[in-house]
Design a protein around this ligand. Structure first.
Ligand SMILES: NC(=O)c1ccc[n+]([C@@H]2O[C@H](COP(=O)([O-])OP(=O)(O)OC[C@H]3O[C@@H](n4cnc5c(N)ncnc54)[C@H](O)[C@@H]3O)[C@@H](O)[C@H]2O)c1
Length: 662
């Protein structure tokens, strides 16, 4: 069967051969044993409803074994035999170009070079799923291959509910992931309902098919490291940045440190992952001996080297050793996966990686104690450094939240609403006031032709547009414009493409709209093929997350999620090709609501109309909310937007004289 025929077939009418468990690829860890005997039967019944009854007797023992062994039913047997990768859009079968673009993006999110656990359909973050099982994948691709532009595919947490009649301006796909009744949104609820096969954790861009590999995160991390050094008025050259994690997103830290030009020390407990990052040249050296590491860092500081050093071991050891040795750390952070602390996101100090992996499955209570003990030690060591002048920020990984839950010394002396912790989050100090409040966020695009020359042309177009806008930009956003022009100029040289021909840069509403408009024109003129636009959910308007994206909202509304919900509704009726809304993301299940969109530019007048309407809303919704929260940059930005668009009329806040309240 050809690739196209296999897609059109959906779930095969004859059972494919059972597939061996491949040991040479990265697999998801065994999930917590959470279902009782009756619930296990329910999980099996739920899985079998994808298949005709004649196959149930054969599939039942296999699915039961998967559930027992891995804690989930992935239906490995149904993994397709064709290569999993984004193909040129013309290779996909179907009646709708928009649907074909979505198939391309789904495959890109499951590409072995892109996905973290490709056989478990996990793209990143340990649990960020595109689908929960292979039947869902096969059915979804089949629906997309047969739908027209008068239909919408409805996705319930990985499950394709079906095609419903709609109209050509409606989204082709509407995705929800992990949407729970609020009281059922604790971490164990995810374990249970995911094991039952009725919900999934979409992370941010995994469940919305918008992950483009590590490039997005390299860019965001570079911007953060550069601005962190600006915050402490220090040149990155010769400066020391200490952090941890070489995983999916965290692995971008040493590369970003190198682009920024500082000395980076990044601890990682997992030897396999450390080796991957080293082979990839994202980290320059691996050290296993702390004394040697100290000597190497001192030399790098003295010589103002640009170098990244991995420490294969626990981050707590690094903070403690550097304190004993009085090594000056300029910037400190942490990117262990504390959104997922009890299932492999954070490793206790004083025991081996393998011991920890065994303990979390066999003795989860003791494991939890060890994690919390380590968090207390971790915070104590950081406190010693910050007392000596280190600037520490939380990197949106729930470090401060989990450390506080463990009773670590991280609470502010005089906590206020929004400033509960001793340390700021990177959004409170950096991303929020410098980027999001002005509308700058992670805009991205994918060239669906798959041609590198198309990407090069789009880079050139985007760069020319940004340079033109910069000429008349106000002082307030000059730095952001400069950083992004420099980024796009170096993007080809930095060889950031993994998987599809994709690019990311930070742009505000004006930049995003003008770049998209220029792409659409170039497509119309036949200069490039169709382009998919999108963004990370980690953006101005897409995400309500009180300890991350909206942590610099201080009017008490950061625990509300109206902005993210409005965003996805507004995008859907303004022309997005697909929209998504998720519970859970970087900081954990129940801790965030986030959404995003995808939009196909095909060179048509319809695309031109949609992009202007949707992108304007997609950014200004968040700016208006940030402005109402009295964020000064956002008040400035929304006033500018109202001047540019007379149909925009936003309620502005009045500022109260604080002395009246005291
Ligand atoms: N990069 C960003 O801009 C960004 C933004 C927001 C949030 N985050 C958050 O950062 C976290 C990390 O994301 P990821 O995709 O890299 O996850 P990941 O699970 O792929 O990587 C985390 C790594 O930390 C390692 N680790 C755990 N405990 C350790 C310890 N005590 N010492 C040393 N290493 C340890 C793990 O082995 C793992 O490789 C997530 O919580 C994510 O939400 C990142």
């Amino acid at each position: 069967m050809t690739f196209q025929e296999q897609i059109q077939q959906g779930i095969p009418s004859q059972l494919p051969q059972a597939k061996p468990y491949e040991t040479n690829i990265n697999h998801a860890p065994k999930r917590k044993e959470i279902l009782g005997e009756e619930e296990k039967k329910l999980a099996l019944k739920n899985a079998l409803r994808y298949f005709e009854p004649q196959f149930h007797a054969e599939l039942l023992p296999e699915f039961r074994e998967e559930l027992e062994k891995y804690g989930r039913i992935y239906m490995y047997r149904f993994r397709p035999d064709y290569e999993m990768k984004a193909r040129p859009i013309s290779d996909y079968p179907g009646k709708s170009e928009q649907a074909k673009a979505i198939m391309l993006m789904i495959q890109n999110n499951l590409d072995y070079a892109v996905a973290q656990h490709p056989h478990e359909l996990i793209t990143y973050g340990g649990n960020g799923a595109v689908f929960s099982n292979w039947a869902q994948y096969l059915l979804t691709m089949k629906y997309l291959s047969e739908m027209t532009d008068e239909q919408t595919l409805v996705m319930y947490s990985g499950h394709p509910m079906g095609l419903f009649p709609s109209h050509k301006d409606a989204p082709r796909v509407v995705v929800t992931n992990g949407m729970m009744i609020p009281n059922y949104s604790k971490p164990d609820d995810w374990e249970k309902f995911n094991a039952l096969g009725v919900t999934q954790y979409g992370q941010m861009t995994a469940g919305s098919y918008m992950y483009i590999g590590p490039q997005g995160i390299v860019h965001g991390t570079t911007i953060t490291v550069l601005n962190a050094f600006r915050k402490i008025n220090k040149e990155p050259k010769g400066g020391l940045f200490v952090t941890s994690g070489l995983g999916g997103m965290s692995g971008a830290q040493p590369k970003a440190g190198n682009i920024a030009g500082c000395v980076t020390v990044c601890a990682e407990v997992n030897p396999k992952i450390t080796k991957i990052r080293h082979d990839q040249k994202w980290v320059n050296e691996i050290h296993e001996n702390l004394d040697e590491l100290v000597g190497r860092v001192r030399r790098a500081q003295e010589n103002k080297e640009t170098v990244s050093l991995a420490y294969l071991g626990n981050i707590v050891e690094v903070w403690e050793k550097f304190d004993q040795e009085n090594l000056r750390i300029d910037i400190g952070s942490d990117q262990t996966s504390l959104h997922n602390p009890w299932a492999g996101g954070y490793y206790p100090v004083g025991q081996s990686f393998d011991e920890s992996n065994a303990m979390m499955a066999e003795n989860p209570e003791l494991f939890k104690e060890k994690v919390q003990e380590t968090l207390r030690r971790h915070a104590e060591a950081i406190n010693k450094h910050t007392a000596k002048g280190t600037y520490f920020f939380d990197y949106g990984n729930a470090f401060l939240l989990e450390a506080s839950r463990a009773g670590a010394d991280v609470m502010a002396e005089n906590p206020t609403l929004g400033r509960e912790f001793k340390f700021p989050s990177y959004v409170q100090d950096i991303m929020g006031p410098m980027c999001f409040d002005y509308g700058f966020g992670p805009f991205r695009w994918v060239c669906t032709s798959g041609k590198p020359e198309d990407l090069q042309k789009t880079d050139d177009i985007a760069c020319a547009i940004l340079e033109e806008i910069q000429q008349n930009s106000p002082e307030e956003i000059q730095q952001q414009m400069k950083d992004n022009i420099q980024w796009i100029k170096g993007a080809q040289e930095n060889k950031l493409v993994v998987g599809s021909q994709a690019r990311i840069l930070y742009a505000d509403a004006e930049g995003r709209m003008k770049i998209a408009e220029a792409f659409n024109k170039a497509i119309k003129n036949g200069e490039i093929g169709p382009v998919v636009l999108g963004r990370d959910h980690h953006d101005v308007s897409g995400t309500d997350s009180p300890y991350r994206e909206t942590s610099n909202i201080y009017d008490g509304s950061r625990f509300t999620a109206d902005m993210a919900i409005h965003n996805v509704i507004g995008d859907s009726f303004r022309g997005a090709t697909w929209v998504s809304i998720h519970n859970g993301g970087g900081v954990g299940w129940g801790e965030v609501i986030n959404g995003g969109f995808g939009m196909l530019l095909d060179g048509s007048d319809d695309a031109d109309r949609r992009l202007k309407s949707m992108l304007f809303w997609d950014v200004n919704n968040g700016i208006s909310r940030r402005s109402w929260a009295r964020n000064e940059g956002a008040v400035f930005a929304i006033k500018r937007a109202m001047e540019a668009e007379p149909n925009l009329k936003v309620t502005l806040p009045n500022f109260v004289d604080e002395s009246l309240l005291s």
